[in-house]
Every structure is written in structure tokens, then in C-alpha cells.
Design a protein around this ligand. Structure first.
Ligand SMILES: [Mn+2]
Length: 284
């Protein structure tokens, strides 16, 4: 187990089956259009024998373990369980909105939860998958809050909250986050070049992440990075097969349509994780 910018990285079992990557579905309390889009993506994955990795923020909010027994959380778990029964393996990375997803979701969905990043080797290329929030080292308020929000004791308490209380809490957090995203300084939500270098420093040649809701592809040094767009906006994924990466959309018939390769991110190079972050300690 290695780690990148505080995110533990699990090394996946090596196999050369195709892998479909999607990210940031933000499935809302009310369900809606993202659910049929997700089903179409799962069907497309099945048609080529691909396993599926969700790179975090599957749900708009998930805080308490009782959520998996109701509403949209139960429906998504059932959809994944049906896909698993059809032979489609699914791995779900924790995002910043659903990092409290726990074993109850694994049991209900038959998906495997990854509490951090996932490293895999496809077509001879070492590839690192992370949600991407750890790369946005200039977002200091977020990185500070993350330190106490991820406290395991706090998480254990919140996960046991009664459903009504948990949902109210989650909704308040979402409203605040939306306000920050709308009015805040936008550049701080981009990954830093130093953070991307740190990811390549773990020995991978390819990095894939989501979180910033901005489809992108670029190179940095000897490495290649891809940023997945938010699935609830673009219904776009990346198909890793035969050593290559194909940006794809999903057709109703159960196949893939090609999508043009996007351009690079405007990376900020000033400061790195060590120079921009205050020393670890009790945060606000
Ligand atoms: Mn996110």
C-alpha cells in the first residue's frame, strides 16, 4: 500500500480485461436522468466484458449507513447488484461527497469499495485512479476541513445517525458547498502541477481523476493525465482497453460512441503540497 498526498492507494489484481471509468455521478436524492444513463453505461460495459470503476462522488450525499435501505441509494445498490449478477465487476472509489459509504453498501451492491486510490496496470501502462480532491492543493479551506471531516471517530458517529437527521445534515453541507463553488475563487479548484507530479512520483505513467468536473487530457513530463467530466452532466467515460484510452459515450443499444479527446488543464505550478499547506494539526 502506497499513498499519494494522504490518499492510500490500493494495487488492483492485474488482468487485461477492459475497464470502464466514470466519475462524479452525484446521484441526487430524487434520482432523475442520471439513473437511466448509468444503466446504459453498465450495459455498454457488459457488452465488451469491461469491469467498471467509479472514481468517486457516485452519490450527491451519503452520510449514514441506513441510507442504503431507502430511496435512490437502495436503487443504485440494486442496479449494481444486478450488473454483478450479469458478470460486471464494479469498484467504487470514495469521493468527497460519499466518503462515508461503508460495508453496508458493498453488501447491498456487490461492488467493492476503494477507500482511496486504485492502481492498475492495463496494456503495460501503470495507471493511477484517484478521485482528485487531493490534487487540488490550493483549495486550502477544503483541505483543512477534509482533515477533520475524515476523522474515523466522527465518521463512525455520523454513520450511525438516524436517517432524517443524516439527510438534513447532508443537505446543509451540500448547500454550503454549492455556494462556495458558485462564488469562490475558481482557480483554487484546479489541481496543482506539483500534486500531479507527486502522483506520477509513485511510479505510474498514467493518472486519471475526476472531482473538478472538467473533461481534460494532457501530458506532464513523461506522464499522461486524463480528467473525467461529471457523469451527470456529460454521460461520458473512459474505456481502457488494448493499452489505449478511449473517451466514450454510451448508446442506448448497449455500445460505445467515440468522443473527441479534450485539451489540457491550465495547471498552476506555484507552490506545492508542502509549501501551500500549513502543518498538520487540529483544524477549525
Ligand atoms: Mn468530488
Amino acid at each position: 500500500m502506497t499513498d499519494v498526498l494522504g490518499t492510500p492507494v490500493r494495487v488492483a489484481v492485474r488482468d487485461d480485461a477492459p475497464v470502464l471509468l466514470i466519475s462524479d455521478l452525484h446521484v441526487p436524492v430524487g434520482g432523475g436522468a442520471v439513473l437511466p444513463a448509468l444503466q446504459t453505461a453498465l450495459d455498454a460495459a457488459r457488452s465488451v466484458g469491461a469491469r467498471v470503476v467509479v472514481l468517486g462522488d457516485l452519490f450527491d450525499t451519503y452520510v449514514a449507513r441506513r441510507q442504503v435501505t431507502v430511496g435512490v441509494w437502495r436503487d443504485v445498490a440494486a442496479m449494481f447488484a444486478a450488473a454483478a449478477a450479469n458478470g460486471t465487476g464494479i469498484e467504487v472509489l470514495h469521493g468527497n461527497r460519499d466518503f462515508l459509504l461503508g460495508p453496508e453498501f458493498e453488501r447491498a451492491s456487490r461492488a467493492s469499495l476503494v477507500r482511496g486510490g486504485l492502481r492498475l496496470r492495463t496494456g503495460g501502462t501503470e495507471t493511477l485512479l484517484v478521485h482528485g480532491d487531493e490534487l487540488c492543493q490550493n483549495d486550502l479551506p477544503y483541505q483543512r476541513a477534509k482533515r477533520w471531516l475524515r476523522n474515523p471517530l466522527l465518521g463512525a458517529i455520523v454513520r450511525r445517525l438516524p436517517l432524517v437527521v443524516a439527510l438534513r445534515l447532508a443537505e446543509r453541507a451540500r448547500r454550503r458547498s454549492r455556494a462556495v463553488v458558485r462564488f469562490g475563487d475558481q482557480t483554487r479548484f484546479l489541481p496543482t502541477g506539483a500534486a500531479i507530479d507527486a502522483a506520477f512520483g509513485t511510479g505510474v505513467q498514467r493518472l486519471v481523476f475526476g472531482h473538478i468536473h472538467r473533461f481534460a487530457h494532457g501530458r506532464r513530463g513523461a506522464g499522461e493525465y486524463w480528467v473525467l467530466p461529471a457523469f451527470d452532466e456529460a454521460a461520458t467515460g473512459l474505456l481502457l482497453r488494448g493499452g489505449g484510452v478511449e473517451p466514450v459515450r454510451f448508446s442506448r443499444g448497449g455500445g460505445f460512441e467515440g468522443v473527441p479527446v479534450p485539451g489540457p488543464l491550465p495547471l498552476t505550478d506555484g507552490g506545492g503540497p508542502t509549501s501551500t499547506l500549513p502543518p498538520a494539526g487540529p483544524a477549525r
